[in-house]
Each structure stands twice: as C-alpha cells, then as structure tokens.
Design a protein. Structure first.
Length: 390
C-alpha cells in the first residue's frame, strides 16, 4: 500500500503489518465476515504479534515490567466481570503486545531512516483519505462536520515525530509538523487542535527556551484565529446562534453534544463504587442507557476507567503511563540521533494520550493510535539492543 517501489525503504514484516493495518483503519468501512475494518486493523496486528512473541520470546526488550501491573489488573477484572468485556480488554492490551513483538526485531539505522520516510508518506496518505472521506474533491467545500476524530489521533502521533525531528535540527520537518497539526483543524476536533498545538513547543526534544516561547506565541495567535473561525464557532456555539468568546469556554457555555450530562451520570455512578469500580464493560452498558443506544463510549477515558476499574485500576494505569514515559525519555539521553528521535517522540506520545483521554476514548482506538504508538517504542527498544550488541 505504501511506497512499494522505493527500494530505499527497508522495514521488517511485522512493522509493515502494523502500518498497513493503520492505513486500512483510516480507510474504514466493512472488512471481512461482517467485521468493521477498524476492528480488524487492531485484531490482525495483535494476532501476528502474539505469534512473533511465541517464536522470539527471548528477544523481547520492551519494558514489559512497567506494564505488568496494568495487564494483571485487566485480566483480573475481565475474569470477575459480569459484563461483556473481552473486546475492551483485548483492545487495551493490544498495543502492549504489539510493542513487545516489535522489540524482538533486528533494527538498524537503515530501518529507522526508512520508518521516518514512511511516516512522511503516511502523512500524505492520511490527508488524501480525509479529502476523499469528506467529499472535498466533489463539492469543493470543507464540510462543517467531518467525523475524523480517530484519524486526528493518528495525525497527533505523527506530530510528535515531526516535532522531535525538528528539535533535533531537521528544519524541513517543520513543514511536516504544520501539515499534520493542520489535520485536526480540518477535522474540527477541538481537543486534538489544542493538543497538536503543544506538540512542537513542548516537545521533549532539545530546543532553546527563546525558540519555544516564540513558537508558543505563534501557536497562540494561530489558535485564536482558529477559535474565531466560522467552523469552530459553529461547532462550539451552534445552539446560541451567535459567536462565543474565550470567557464562554471558561464558563462552560459551549455546545458539548450532551457530554457534560453524560459525564455527570458517570460521576454519580463512580461515587457509588469509587475504589474498585463497577467492573470492566459496565461503562459500555451505562453509556448505551444514557444515550438510548446511540453511543457506547462516554468520550472520556479517565471517567470510563474510573467507572469500570475504580481508583485502584485508574491509579495503576496512570502510574504505568508515567513510568513508561520517563523510561523512554531517559533512554533518549544516551541514544544516537535516529534512535533518540524515536524515544523522544514515543515518550511525548504519552502526553498526547493523557490529554486526549479527557475528551475522547483514545485507549480503545488501538488501530488508530495505540498500535502505532507502541510500534515507535518497540522499534526504539529493538534498535537500542542491536546498537549495544554491534
């Protein structure tokens, strides 16, 4: 699907499986045997990854110890759950399995350079798919609503890579960052727009303070222009029939598609069983009840995790994320340029994850975010091992 004719592109089979499956998820639609493409796009890499792990278990360099508490929590909650929880449990574990499998590979600098080339080509693929999905070529008009929230998550992940690359001295990658940072603007995904804006000035990569402050100023000005654009204004204040202000956002006077009401219902249920939660899968049932069958996810992963697994499960997950982020960042301090880029972007991707969890369900979008995120980390740990052994 991607750059088959480019002989300079060299990447192991399992990495291609994940990248291509992510592309198929972006295309969407029906898959095989009645399963949606987005579902097959996380299940297929997970199956291949399990087979890879079985065959190469002695070569795993992914820091599985960091994630073991979270995996154990998920397994225990699944075994005692009174709800249908297999799919959600598998989706949450899937990226970790992918990261473990990729970390068994023999990765050198050529592979890493190939991966960065693919990321740029993949950015173009995302844009082309978005244009076709929204009918821009047919109508010549940018739609008011796009439904491209999952695709925006993939764009955010690429923003992390391009931002880190720019910070390491690759000036041309600023263009690629702008290209992907503009995607959530096109999609009108509000939190993703804000998160995209911080991926460059707050990147974990090396950058002088003056440059960071200048970029923050530019991003803030651009952000204000985007906020007062007609498409964003219509999405945020459509119910009022008039323009809104920043003060309105602070006061919560925005159109939220019923999210605040749904979140209040979740908060009330969380208070009933705060420590252990209601059981994995119970959040789906509650969302369906609140929305009368229209939605099965509450657009807030933090609330969903608190509801299902309580403070215990949520705290374990949060600590795993923080330890994984610090572990990758620490590894970046002693790595060569290409390897450092992977560790830096992989570490910052957890910041994106944490923020997007407040307004969306990025944790279960393994086919759009999680699998590719942990592929980045898996490649980094594999390359680190091979560099030490060479």
């Amino acid at each position: 699907m991607l750059v088959k004719k480019d002989t300079s592109i060299q990447l192991p089979f399992i990495a291609w499986i994940i990248i291509i499956s992510t592309g198929m998820a972006l295309l969407g639609g029906e898959g095989l045997l009645g399963y949606r493409m987005s579902g097959l796009a996380w299940a297929t890499p997970m199956l291949f990854s399990i087979l890879f792990i079985i065959a190469r278990i002695d070569r795993i360099t992914f820091p599985i110890k960091i994630w073991l508490p979270w995996i154990l929590i998920l397994i225990v909650y699944y075994l005692v759950s009174n709800y249908s929880a297999l799919q959600r449990t598998a989706q949450l574990i899937c990226p970790i399995i992918v990261g473990m499998a990729v970390s068994t590979l023999t990765i050198n600098d050529t592979h890493l350079k190939s991966f960065f080339k693919i990321c740029k080509k993949f950015a173009v693929v995302i844009a082309v798919i978005a244009i076709f999905k929204t009918g821009l070529l047919l109508t010549g008009m940018i739609p008011q609503v796009t439904g491209l929230a999952p695709e925006s998550m993939t764009a955010l992940l690429l923003c992390c890579i391009f931002a880190a690359s720019y910070s390491l001295g690759n000036a041309k990658d600023l263009f690629w960052w702008i290209f992907m940072a503009a995607f959530p603007v096109y999609a009108v995904t509000r939190m993703a727009i804000a998160v995209a804006g911080i991926t460059l000035p707050l990147t974990f990569g090396p950058m002088k303070l003056k440059k960071r402050l200048f970029i923050i100023l530019v991003v803030a000005i651009a952000g204000l222009a985007i906020f007062y654009s007609s498409r964003v204004q219509k999405k945020m204040f459509a119910y009022r029939g008039e323009k809104g202000t920043i003060e309105d956002v602070r006061a919560g006077k925005i159109y939220d598609s019923g999210r605040e009401f749904m979140w209040r219902q979740f908060s009330a249920k969380i208070k009933q069983k705060p420590w252990l939660g209601h059981g994995i899968g119970s959040g789906y049932v509650l969302t369906l009840k609140i929305t009368e069958g229209q939605l099965n996810l509450p657009h807030n992963d933090w609330l969903l995790t608190l509801h299902d697994q309580g403070i215990l499960g949520t705290a374990v997950y949060a600590l795993c994320v923080l330890f994984a982020m610090f572990h990758a960042w620490n590894r970046s301090r002693h790595a060569g340029e290409e390897l450092r880029l992977l560790f830096l972007s992989g570490a910052f991707s957890f910041v994106v994850l944490i923020m997007m969890m407040f307004t969306d369900n990025i944790m279960v979008y393994a086919s759009f975010f999680g699998n590719l995120q942990f592929t980045i980390l898996g490649l980094a740990y594999a390359a680190e091992r091979n560099a030490k052994n060479s």
